[in-house]
Write a new protein. Structure first.
Length: 429
C-alpha cells in the first residue's frame, strides 16, 4: 500500500514537471536573446558576427524595421554577394505562390472553399477512400488537405531533364528521402496538418489551368512585377551566373544547382532587395502605403494571417504562411523558411502589425538562416517561435526525462527507507 501511494503521488509530480518544462521551453526560460530588446544595432551586429563565424559558403542578411532597412550584412567564401544577388528560395517559394492563388481568389476566378479539382483540366487526384471534393484550395494552402506525399523535393541536377509537372504529381522522382512522393489523399481532408510540397505543385497546376498562362509568367505579371520584385523569377532555367549566388555544400565546396518540376514549392529565385519589397507589402507603409501594395487587399492579407491549422492546440499555419509566434497585439509574426539540396537555407519573417522583418539567405549551411530567423523572433517577443520549438524538442525531452528519473529515484529511495524503518521497528519489537 505504501508503494502504491508513492507511485500515485509520483504521477502528478511527473505531469507537473513535464508541463513546467514545456511552458519553460515555449517561453525561452533557458535562452538569452542575441541583443538587448529594442537594440537593433546590437542585434544586427550579433547576426553579422555569427555569419562571419559560421558561414561555410555565402550569406545575405537584412533587418527591416517599420519597412526601413535597419541593418544588413553579406559574406562569401567566393564570389561576393550583395543585396541584388539572387538566391534560390526553397520553400519560401510557397509563401509567394500563395499570393498568386489569392490574386485569383480576389478576382473571383477561384473560391477558397471549392474543390481544387473543379479548376483542373490536365490532371486528377487518384481515387482513394476519401472524397477528393474535400480537397479545397484553402486546405491546400494550409497543408490540411489530407495529402500524404511528404514532399520535400530534391530537385534535378544539371544535364538532366526536369520531370513534367503532371508526372511529378503522379510520382515525384526527386522526392527527398523518406517522402512517399505521390500526391494523393491519404488522410481525411481537414483532419490534421500535414506538410505537403505536392499540394503546392497542385496549386501551380491550378494557376496554369485557370489563368491559361505558364506559372512563371503568371507570377511575374500578377505578383512579382506589381510588387517591384523585378529581379525575382519562378523560371525553371536559372538566372545568369553574374546575378546568382554560387551554391555550396556544407563542407564549403561548390555544389550542383538543382532545378524543380514545381517551382511554386521550391524554385523561386530572389534577393534581399526584392524580399525587402515583399516584406513591406505585408504592412501599411510609413509613407502611407497600404498593406497588400495594390496586389492584394488588406482584408485578404488578414485572411492569410488568420490561423487555419494547429498542432497540439498551437496555431501554426495560415494561408501559405507559418505562424511563428504571437506578436503581442492580437496577431502573429508570419513568414516561411526553406531548405534545398545540397545546403540552401532561407528564412523570411515579418510582423504585419509593425512592418518589422528579417531576411536571411544562405548556401553552405543547412540550418543557419532558420536559426537566425528564430533568434529574431525571440529577440522581439521573448518567445521561442514554432521552428525553434521544434528544433529544441530533443533538449526538452531530455530535460523532462531527467526530471522523471529524479522523481522515480525519489520514489525508490523514499520507499526503501520506509520499508527499512518498518523492518527496524519490527526487530526492536
Amino acid at each position: 500500500m505504501r508503494w502504491l501511494i508513492l507511485v500515485l503521488a509520483a504521477i502528478p509530480a511527473a505531469a507537473v514537471w513535464a508541463t513546467l518544462v514545456f511552458v519553460g521551453a515555449a517561453s525561452g526560460w533557458w535562452r538569452t536573446p542575441l541583443a538587448p530588446p529594442g537594440d537593433s544595432a546590437a542585434f544586427a551586429a550579433a547576426v553579422a558576427d555569427r555569419l562571419d563565424r559560421d558561414n561555410r559558403g555565402n550569406a545575405a542578411f537584412r533587418l527591416i524595421e517599420g519597412g526601413r532597412v535597419a541593418g544588413e550584412h553579406y559574406v562569401s567564401i567566393g564570389e561576393p554577394v550583395g543585396p541584388d544577388t539572387l538566391f534560390q528560395m526553397a520553400s519560401v517559394s510557397k509563401w509567394v505562390t500563395a499570393w498568386g492563388v489569392l490574386r485569383l481568389v480576389e478576382g473571383g476566378t477561384v473560391d477558397l472553399d471549392a474543390p481544387v479539382e473543379s479548376y483542373l483540366s490536365r490532371w486528377s487526384l487518384p481515387a482513394s477512400e476519401f472524397d477528393a471534393a474535400d480537397v479545397t484550395v484553402r486546405r491546400l494552402l494550409s497543408h490540411t488537405a489530407g495529402l500524404t506525399d511528404g514532399l520535400g523535393y530534391g530537385g534535378f541536377p544539371p544535364g538532366t531533364d526536369v520531370q513534367p509537372l503532371e508526372a511529378s504529381l503522379d510520382q515525384a522522382t526527386d522526392a527527398m528521402a523518406g517522402a512517399d512522393g505521390r500526391t494523393r489523399v491519404g488522410l481525411a481532408p481537414g483532419s490534421e496538418w500535414r506538410y505537403s510540397g505536392g499540394g503546392y505543385a497542385l496549386l501551380q497546376l491550378m494557376i496554369e489551368d485557370v489563368s491559361g498562362q505558364p506559372f512563371p509568367q503568371y507570377m511575374a505579371e500578377h505578383v512579382l512585377g506589381p510588387l517591384g520584385m523585378a529581379a525575382s523569377t519562378f523560371e525553371i532555367a536559372p538566372p545568369d551566373p553574374p546575378q546568382l549566388a554560387t551554391f555550396y555544400d556544407r563542407t564549403g565546396e561548390p555544389a550542383p544547382h538543382y532545378r524543380f518540376a514545381a517551382p511554386s514549392a521550391a524554385g523561386l529565385y530572389s534577393s534581399t532587395a526584392d524580399l525587402t519589397r515583399f516584406i513591406r507589402a505585408h504592412a501599411a507603409g510609413p509613407a502611407g502605403g497600404t498593406a497588400g501594395a495594390g496586389v492584394l487587399r488588406p482584408d485578404t492579407l488578414t485572411r492569410m494571417f488568420t490561423p487555419t491549422a494547429s498542432v497540439l492546440g498551437t496555431d501554426i499555419w495560415g494561408l501559405g504562411v507559418m505562424l511563428y509566434a504571437p506578436n503581442g497585439v492580437g496577431g502573429h509574426i508570419v513568414g516561411h523558411e526553406g531548405s534545398n539540396a545540397p545546403a540552401i537555407n532561407t528564412s523570411v519573417r515579418v510582423d504585419p502589425a509593425s512592418g518589422d522583418g528579417i531576411v536571411v539567405l544562405v548556401t553552405g549551411h543547412p540550418s543557419l538562416a532558420g536559426e537566425i530567423g528564430s533568434e529574431w523572433v525571440f529577440w522581439r517577443t521573448g518567445r521561442l517561435d514554432t521552428m525553434d520549438y521544434v528544433r529544441d524538442t530533443g533538449r526538452t525531452v531530455l530535460i523532462i526525462g531527467a526530471g522523471w528519473l529524479v522523481i522515480a529515484g525519489a520514489v525508490v529511495i523514499i520507499g526503501w527507507r520506509a520499508n527499512r524503518r518498518r523492518a527496524t521497528g519490527r526487530e526492536d519489537t
